[in-house]
Design a protein. Structure first.
Length: 440
């Protein structure tokens, strides 16, 4: 009985983990059609085989011949026995597969073109009424046509791989190729929303720019065409976040939606509490170390740092009942920081999604930084509590949470130039750290 209960618990836990993973999954399955080989001649019964992988699992794989769905494989092996003899017309035929995961993401294999020769009896019939020389000429002509008419291979990249409604994306299809035509002879067209309507006509411009006006997940389709009119398609998914500039106090803060949360996309720079009361600015190191009231400072007491890095606050300002955050906003709790972390993939990689990309402000190597969330965390450093000295500008981001740990300490989140992690620690409440606000 105990064994049965343990088995049921294990199954329920597995289902729960799968459900949570599916809820945040936005990666399409990857499919590779391994057999038959592109450009080959096939006949009889042909085994079409596909390898399929996904971040969670692949629920089903559909097999298409000449764009028509022929078979659905809902379990392993991912293969379909195609009766090519029914297509024996001496022409080319296309084969591709589509894979689906539990989150509704759709992935495509490459398009494979094969030739199904004429039935043997038809060839024999021609042989009886035509001379050997004539048959050799026709065979040579057919072989030449088959070789010439192989479809191109579609390939494109997106830079950056994710962004916001303010991002201009560069789509590069220059890696598309064809066995017969020169690459300069290929033409491409684009469907930005996978709505069945081509947003551009076929043209020779392989590199194009596009900006999306609405947040959401998009499936981008590119189709390439060669000089004989044969085509191939490729699809990629991209997530567009919404960035706004919102006046929440005397400042216009950039804001960004990440999952179900709306965050400020820059550090807080308020010098007054919500009710208008001034927050004391403390420049003296000894006074900073000994105060038990809310206070702020600017890195190295240089107000020129405010525009880029914002203000450093002690935790007493964070917890002051007059409210540090502007109306409609609040300083996030440790659990709300964890929600953000989980949405961006967990403790080990979320920091890379949060950190500003490059080394304009961060010290090299700024490991893993891609700013895919558009949170744009900057290394504002901190002010110590023992001696009141400033440290680590360029090396780390340090953000207070609203959650305290006893009378002396409070929790904060750290991003560092040496890794892509987000780490949680507790500091003495007299430390001066940055603040990011979360919408109520």
């Amino acid at each position: 009985m105990i064994t049965i209960k343990k088995s049921i618990s294990t199954i329920l836990l597995s289902i729960l983990v799968l459900f949570m993973a599916c809820d945040s999954d936005n990666t399409a399955p990857e499919l590779v059609l391994t057999s038959p080989i592109h450009g080959s001649a096939v006949q009889g019964s042909v085994l079409i085989q596909v390898t399929a992988s996904d971040a969670i699992l692949v629920e089903k794989v559909e097999f298409f011949i000449d764009g028509v769905l022929k078979y659905t494989a809902k379990s392993y092996p991912r293969e379909y026995s195609w009766e090519a003899r029914n297509y024996a017309d001496g022409n080319q035929h296309s084969i591709f597969a589509k894979g689906y995961d539990p989150s509704g993401n759709v992935g495509y294999s490459q398009n494979v073109i094969v030739t199904v020769p004429l039935p043997e009896e038809k060839v024999v019939h021609k042989h009886t009424v035509k001379s050997e020389e004539k048959i050799r000429e026709e065979t040579s002509s057919i072989s030449s046509q088959i070789t010439k008419n192989q479809a191109p291979t579609a390939m494109f990249t997106i830079d950056p791989e994710s962004g916001s409604t303010k991002t201009i994306f560069i789509f590069d299809a220059s890696k598309s190729s064809d066995l017969e035509d020169d690459d300069s002879q290929l033409q491409v067209r684009w469907d930005w929303e996978n709505d069945g309507k081509w947003d551009t006509d076929f043209n020779a411009s392989m590199i194009v720019a596009n900006q999306f006006t609405r947040a959401g997940r998009y499936s981008i389709i590119m189709e390439v065409k060669d000089t004989d009119g044969l085509t191939d398609k490729m699809i990629k998914n991209i997530i567009i976040e919404q960035i706004k500039e919102t006046k929440v106090s005397s400042y216009n803060y950039k804001t960004i939606q990440i999952g179900d949360q709306v965050w400020m996309a820059e550090n807080l720079r308020e010098t007054n509490y919500r009710d208008g009361s001034p927050i004391p600015e403390i420049k003296s190191n000894s006074e900073w170390s000994n105060t038990s009231a809310g206070a702020y400072s600017t890195y190295e007491n240089d107000k020129n740092n405010i525009e880029t890095y914002g203000i450093l606050y002690n935790w007493y300002a964070v917890s002051d009942g007059r409210e540090l955050a502007p109306k409609g906003w609040h300083v996030p709790s440790a659990s709300e920081w964890q929600v953000l972390t989980n949405y961006l993939g967990g403790d080990k990689i979320a920091g890379g999604s949060l950190k500003e990309k490059g080394v304009d402000h961060w010290v090299r190597p700024n490991t893993g930084a891609n700013n895919s969330s558009y949170f744009a965390a900057l290394p504002a450093g901190y002010r110590g509590f023992v001696d009141g000295n400033y440290s680590s500008m360029g090396y780390g981001s340090y953000f207070w949470s609203a959650t305290e740990r006893g009378e002396t300490y409070a929790y904060f989140c750290e991003l560092h130039y040496r890794n892509s992690e987000i780490q949680r620690f507790s500091f003495d409440k007299n430390y001066g750290l940055s603040v990011r606000c979360l919408k109520d």
